[in-house]
Write a protein that binds this ligand. Structure first.
Ligand SMILES: [Zn+2]
Length: 248
């Protein structure tokens, strides 16, 4: 089952690579078929097998020899690994199906934000609806907690945007709202906390090693996605652990 889910994750990851490359440019994800960005040669099906083809071709286009971006195998393996983790955390449940949908969206958002510093509305806005609807179906989070999650997850960023005069983007706000829809307001707050924590540590590390100046923006979407993924799978246990340890 685990091996099967990893393979499924590789295939979905391969589809996400198309989403990541095309959606920010407003191109169709259905056609034309994938082509080399260097020479424009269409990629044959046998050169388009997730992970396997990248290894067989040693990361180069068969026609022109141009290096294929590491984004492709990384996204595929990450998606496969996340699908397995979701199964181990949630088991064969409706919650697992919802988790896989959210994780796929978070992988795409992370890669797009890292590459272009944007978080596309075409993912987050439908994501808010999907999150609320999924919780109505599974009952994992009540409809009220889900809607409060949208308000809290988006609202915190709205306050930051208004207070800082644009230190944070509208894309982060919509992603916060989407996480709130899926996770409910309590777990979403935990996700935000983890995002701020990991984002802060990484920003500090980059500053200390002078990889980034004080003025360079570091995209926050990947940290939100990380916090969202961790709390999606282990949020309730984390919350219980924290409350037992520090509040009792
Ligand atoms: Zn080529």
């Amino acid at each position: 089952m685990v091996a099967l889910l990893f393979l499924l994750g590789l295939v979905i990851g391969s589809f996400l690579n198309v989403v990541i490359s095309r959606v920010p440019e407003g191109r169709s994800i259905w056609r034309p078929r994938s082509a080399c960005v260097g020479c424009g040669t269409s990629i044959a099906w046998h050169d388009n097998i997730p992970l396997v083809s990248f290894v067989m071709l040693r990361g180069r286009c068969r026609a022109c020899g141009m290096a294929i971006s590491w984004q492709y195998p990384i996204v595929e393996v990450a998606t496969g690994a996340l699908f397995v983790l979701a199964y181990l955390a949630l088991g064969p449940t409706p919650n697992f199906v919802v988790a896989v949908v959210l994780l796929a969206m978070l992988v795409a958002i992370t890669a797009i934000d890292l590459a272009r510093q944007i978080i596309p509305d075409v993912i987050t806005l439908p994501g808010i609806i999907v999150g609320v609807t999924a919780n109505l179906a599974t009952g994992r989070v009540t409809w009220l907690e889900s809607l409060l999650g949208v308000a809290v997850g988006g609202g915190i960023f709205l306050v930051i945007i208004l207070a800082s005069g644009g230190g944070m983007g509208g894309g982060d706000m919509k992603l916060g709202a989407m996480l709130g829809a899926f996770l409910g307001w309590k777990i979403a707050l935990l996700a935000l906390f983890l995002a701020v924590l990991t984002g802060g540590v990484v920003a500090l590390g980059l500053l200390m090693f002078r990889r980034r100046g004080r003025k360079d923006a570091i995209p926050f979407g990947p940290f939100l996605a990380l916090g969202g993924a961790v709390t999606l799978l282990w949020g309730e246990s984390l919350l219980r652990w924290y409350l037992e340890r520090f509040l009792v």
